[in-house]
Design a protein around this ligand. Structure first.
Ligand code: C5P
Length: 241
């Protein structure tokens, strides 16, 4: 994909999972300087819309807008153009939308009016789905295999990378090479509670395995002092934070 934007030196994007704009803004302000960026998703967008996203973008941190678009190519292209014009740094779509939809998303981002287009990445198989869930929707290929197949499709349509679990990093790296961006949630420092995440890894391990972006939510936002938690993670990654 042309004109690929640079990722920040600090790979941590803090997940601001809230519907409350003031809360999200407070977190983003506190975390500035300790994380590479922030992630907002469906929960935040459904409550606060594009104005809410603009309010976070205006704070100056790179924003990953995690809306996982999945629709016909023309509609996804329009949606990608709209969120790219908000000044987002990373946007995403579902790989299962197919080749034409992926290509339309890429082309839309390339036409972005902003100074820099966002990275466009794709979700392969939701980690909430296991092989029996996939069978229930008529998909007989095991999840592991499907993840790699979809990552290769995403790459062949010229997108920048995929979201994947820590357990999938090495298989996708092997299949897609060093330049394909891997955005990885399911990260837990060894001092943080696991919560509902099942297959987890530490920030340093995920980075060493080949993750480009580490999406970390509750270990930061659920801490008594989110800025201190983010600084501690940056320290564990060998970064000043
Ligand atoms: O709080 P926690 O660190 O578990 O938050 C992780 C973030 O990454 C959440 O916003 C969650 O929705 C997202 N995510 C995930 N697992 C995936 C895909 C996204 O945890 N497979």
């Amino acid at each position: 994909m042309t004109n690929q934007p640079q990722l920040p030196a600090n790979p941590v994007f803090a997940a601001l999972d809230t519907t409350d704009l003031d809360q999200a803004r407070g977190w983003a302000e506190a975390l500035r300087g300790h994380v590479g960026g922030v992630k907002t998703g469906l929960e935040f967008f459904s409550a606060n819309g594009a104005d809410g996203v603009r309010a976070i973008v205006d704070l100056g941190l790179p924003v990953f807008l995690d809306l996982k678009f999945h629709d016909i190519p023309n509609t996804v292209a329009g949606a990608v153009r709209a969120v790219a014009d908000l000044g987002t740094a990373i946007v995403n779509v579902h790989a299962a939308g197919g080749p034409a939809m992926l290509a339309a998303a890429r082309e839309a981002a390339e036409q972005s009016r902003g100074a820099q287009r966002p990275l466009v990445i794709a979700v392969t198989v939701l980690t909430s789905l296991d092989d029996s869930d996939l069978k229930a929707v008529g998909q007989s290929v095991p999840a592991r295999e499907q993840v790699v197949r979809l990552a290769q499709l995403v790459q062949s349509e010229g997108l920048d990378g995929v979201v994947c679990s820590p357990a999938e990093i090495s298989a996708i790296r092997d299949a897609c090479g060093p330049d394909f961006k891997l955005i990885v949630p399911g990260i837990r420092p060894d001092w943080a509670a696991t919560g509902d995440q099942k297959r987890i890894t530490t920030p340093a391990q995920a980075r060493d395995d080949g993750a480009d972006v580490l999406v970390i939510g509750r270990p930061i936002t659920g801490a008594d002092d989110p800025a201190a938690a983010a600084a501690r993670i940056a320290g564990e990654l060998g970064l000043a934070g």
